[in-house]
Design a protein around this ligand. Structure first.
Ligand SMILES: Cc1cc2nc3c(=O)[nH]c(=O)nc-3n(C[C@H](O)[C@H](O)[C@H](O)COP(=O)(O)OP(=O)(O)OC[C@H]3O[C@@H](n4cnc5c(N)ncnc54)[C@H](O)[C@@H]3O)c2cc1C
Length: 500
């Protein structure tokens, strides 16, 4: 079995720190693009009052605590709602939805603020869910129940001691509900078991009429279909119940190669992915390390190619599967090894600090020699692109199959996601967005034309863009469902699907 190699004075903690810095330190000296969080005088904007009967808090613009409550992880947009309901329970959510509906005000929901879409302004009621973070695990049934504001870390904390793992994403600090309602592409278990949305058992949701419903495949098949993949279009989810899997460890982590070896790695990778079993999940990220003293010379100011691996099975099998990619060049650091499941954040080493991040995405039909060359031309070591991360993530396996209970997660024909994250303050925003658009354009010949909803950020949040997250027949079906459950489109401050 391959052990973590600690050469060049860089260890695993540095890799994690490095991910953090990509997210935050590279914007030292720039301010968030969203501007001041507090909008105008107390209570002025939407003429809202505090609805009675809440267990949690109601906050109007100018109230102490308002600015803290609208804090988001992604700083490109700061919500400026006319009223915040910091919900303590499902009843609070009902009160918020009924109050907003009575005033025909749009309703938005904020858990962590990892995925901004359209601006939330003074005409809106914002429900924040961070006080609702309880998680319970039923080890016998292999099921977890998470409240609206729970993070993946909360689930893992409870499931791992029971020998179980969820279909979590790359970072422990993303919200379980937002992630799952957008599909839920797990970099550890996705190819083996499918999307997180495929394994939801029940959803507790407050719909636009203010009713609290327990939705299952039996109770309301159409709403159950739409919620799983439709984000907040069909209501505000207060809790979700989903499957856990008997996984306690994985063979994986990241291997960092110098930017000059990115071409060799990507060309080997595109052939390698065709040979690997479904238990192997992987991606390659091209990371632009900030030119800051905090980073050791092999990384500082450089492009680094990160091979991310998660194999669920015997470590020696994982090692033999990874072996050919280890041979493509001498890595800067090789941190792929047998790990306890709870160590999953080391695979991507995602940023943990808030930062303004512009993200773009596409789905790729294939990754052939021409695709790789096109990618390297715009994002390789010789391309001076200002983007912190450009990633191709391998799909297929169970992600390509329709689940037993069909869902709105319908772009299953893609072989890879393309994902970009550009950390940029106001001064760098235009250049970053233009560079991302350029990459999207250059890779269009290999794009399916679809997009993966969870990777769609402010630049992919128009109604027209959102349509690309669904197959046409699914989109039509979702618009009909929207007409049934939210005909006034109160839930429109999101990746919106307008009613038919
Ligand atoms: C660093 C990083 C790593 C990521 N890794 C992955 C990954 O590996 N796989 C993957 O699939 N995605 C990944 N994502 C994307 C992530 O799944 C989305 O950003 C997700 O929407 C985050 O949900 P949130 O609730 O934390 O964010 P928020 O910004 O708070 O919410 C985003 C949206 O989710 C919906 N939502 C949230 N809560 C509710 C609710 N209670 N009821 C109804 N709708 C709700 C709403 O539409 C809301 O606008 C990653 C994102 C980041 C920034």
């Amino acid at each position: 079995m391959h052990e973590v190699e600690e050469s060049s004075g860089i260890d695993r903690r540095t890799i994690l720190g490095y991910g953090t810095a990509v997210g935050a330190s590279s914007v030292l000296g720039v301010v968030a693009a969203g501007g001041p969080a507090v909008a105008g005088p107390r209570g002025a904007a939407g003429g809202f009052r505090r609805p009675p009967g809440l267990t949690g808090k109601a906050l109007l613009p100018g109230d102490p605590g308002y600015a803290a409550e609208v804090k988001t992880y992604n700083l490109v947009q700061t919500p400026k709602p006319g009223l915040i309901i910091a919900a303590a329970n499902a009843r609070d959510v009902q009160i918020a939805v009924r109050y907003a509906a009575s005033r025909c005000a749009p309703i938005a929901v904020l858990a962590t603020g990892h995925q901004p879409s359209v601006p939330i302004g003074p005409d809106a009621v914002l429900v924040t869910t961070r006080s609702m973070s309880a998680v319970t695990v039923d080890a016998r049934r292999r099921v977890a129940r998470a409240q609206a504001g729970a993070l993946w870390q909360h689930v893992v904390d409870k499931s791992v001691p029971a020998g179980l793992a969820p279909l979590n994403g790359s970072t422990p600090i993303v919200g379980v509900v937002g992630y799952t309602l957008g599909g839920g592409l797990s970099p550890t278990l996705g190819r083996k078991y499918g999307y997180a949305a495929d394994h939801v058992r029940s959803i507790e949701v407050v719909t636009a009429d203010g009713r609290l419903r327990m939705v299952t495949a039996k109770s309301d098949p159409e709403l159950f279909f739409g919620l799983r993949g439709g984000k907040s279009n069909f209501g505000l989810v207060t809790a979700i119940e989903f499957d856990l899997f008997p996984v306690t460890s994985f063979y994986g982590g990241a291997i960092l190669f110098a930017g000059e070896d990115a071409g060799r790695l990507l060309h080997a990778y595109r052939k390698w992915v065709r040979t690997v079993p479904e238990a192997m999940s992987s991606s390659v990220g091209l990371l632009r390390v900030p030119d800051l003293e905090a980073f050791p010379p092999p990384l500082r100011g450089k492009l680094v190619a990160s091979l991310r691996i998660a194999y669920v099975g015997r470590p020696e099998v994982g090692a033999s599967l990874v072996h050919p990619l280890r041979q493509v060049a001498t890595p800067i650091i090789d941190a792929v090894a047998s790990q306890p499941y709870a160590a999953f954040p080391v695979i991507h080493a995602d940023p943990v600090d808030p930062a303004p991040v512009y993200e773009r995405t596409a789905l790729l039909r294939e990754l052939n020699a021409d695709t790789v060359d096109a990618l390297l031309a715009v994002a390789g070591p010789k391309a001076p692109f200002p983007i912190s991360l450009v990633e191709v993530r391998h799909l297929g396996g169970a992600l390509a199959r329709s689940p037993r209970q069909p869902s709105a997660v319908s772009q299953r024909d893609a072989a890879f996601t393309l994902f970009m994250a550009g950390v940029a303050g106001p001064e760098q925003a235009a250049a970053t967005r233009a560079a991302e658009e350029n990459i999207i354009r250059r890779l269009r010949p290999w794009s399916t034309g679809g997009m993966y909803l969870n990777f769609m950020n402010v630049d992919d949040a128009s109604v027209d863009a959102v349509r690309h997250a669904y197959r046409p027949e699914v989109y039509r079906r979702l618009r009909k469902l929207k007409r049934r459950v939210d005909p006034a489109n109160l839930f429109r401050l999101n990746h919106n699907i307008p009613p038919a």
